[in-house]
Design a protein around this ligand. Sequence first.
Ligand code: FAD
Length: 415
Amino acid sequence: MTTTDRNSVSDRGTVVVVGAGHAAGQLVASLRQKGHTGRILLFGEESYLPYQRPPLSKKFLAGEMPAERLYVKPANFFPDHDIETHLDTRITRLDPEQSCIETSAGERFDYDSLVLALGATPRRLPIPGLDLPNIHVLRSIDDVRGIRESLSHGKRLAIVGGGYIGLEVASVATTLGQRVTVIEAASRVMSRVVSPPVSEFYETLHRDHGVVLRLGQAVSAIEKSDGALRVCLAGGHDELVDTVLVGVGIVPNTALAAEAGLAVDDGIVVDEHCRTDRANVYAIGDCTSHPNALLQRRLRLESVHNALEQAKVAAANICGEDVEYAQVPWFWSDQYDVKLQIAGMSQGYDQVVMRGSPESGSFSCLYLRDGQLIAVDAINRPLDFVHARPLIAKGVSPAPDLLADTDRTLKELLV
Ligand code: FAD
């Protein structure tokens, strides 16, 4: 569609999108796909067009993927679709009464619809020493460049946090020749998202690759020590390293919304249409707290699937459709040659059914609550993941022995 064609069709006005990340990239593409003919303005504080973050702790960190492949759309996509991009531009004020936003340079832009796609910021540990050189977090392309630079100067890496980002970095760093220690305050890795058998499998996997795991140990400070970094553990044992990565979760970017008076509760509060409590203001992706009709509760998710699907829903609703977001959440993590795929939310399960065996390197944990299948963790079992998703969406209650029976596919349970 050319600009002239667009102008000849009645449009729904100007859409302003704040945050040029993964969700925003999908949103602006979906708006044009759905026939939005008005102006689209995209503001991002980073210097980059929308890019995918999952490779940052995987192939991009490993040096196996060039930066160009991170982008969700080629650079010419934006001018070709009349999407006005404003990079290196932080939005510091939102005025929902006047329907406008303001940049840090004081420039004002009016909107007919506004989409907040602000993402999240790595959580900061309340300990001294975090601002020393060679201590990193991992959220952006620039973070990866800093980490790679530090890794090139020394061979000892401490990772604070045994969540999926910390463990993905551990798996890449060992292959880059680093001696890696993972320090985790909980008694097992990935405890927030997976059950004990899955944690145990990953602990063995990492130890087999030479990673030292310090579980149940909290970091109390980081200090300079003869050109190295001393990571002080509350239990008394210190680690001397060259580089530290802190990966202890994220905090949703809600300040812009909160200061404008929008409802915020562990994320910008939206309804099933991705609408906030202010007219014509939507929010999508990691920054939102949203209802999930399938799970019958409110969630904040940190996943690509959620970012993309909320973007599509918000775009459809801006274009005058009436679309609700109701999806089984899913997520993946790559560590060494092992792929973990998670569907559903296992929190609150009262039974775990094992399918396959951890010793074989290919197994699934299926989580039930009151007999109903609510989630799956599939480890190198992609078909279990694919088949379990519709089962979870349907809310089926299969007999545990059928779930465990590897002579049948889970698909057979979808009647
Ligand atoms: P983001 O992609 O974070 O984009 C938000 C953007 O908004 C950022 O660029 C931010 O700088 C900008 N911004 C914020 N405030 C302002 C402002 N006031 N003005 C202007 N710009 C602003 N998910 C998976 O499903 N699988 C994975 O394997 C996986 N791996 C990951 C690995 C890493 C290292 C990271 C960091 C994330 C990973 N994720 C993964 C999560 C996934 O990348 C996020 O869920 C997704 O990026 C969320 O998209 P978003 O658009 O909501 O936020």
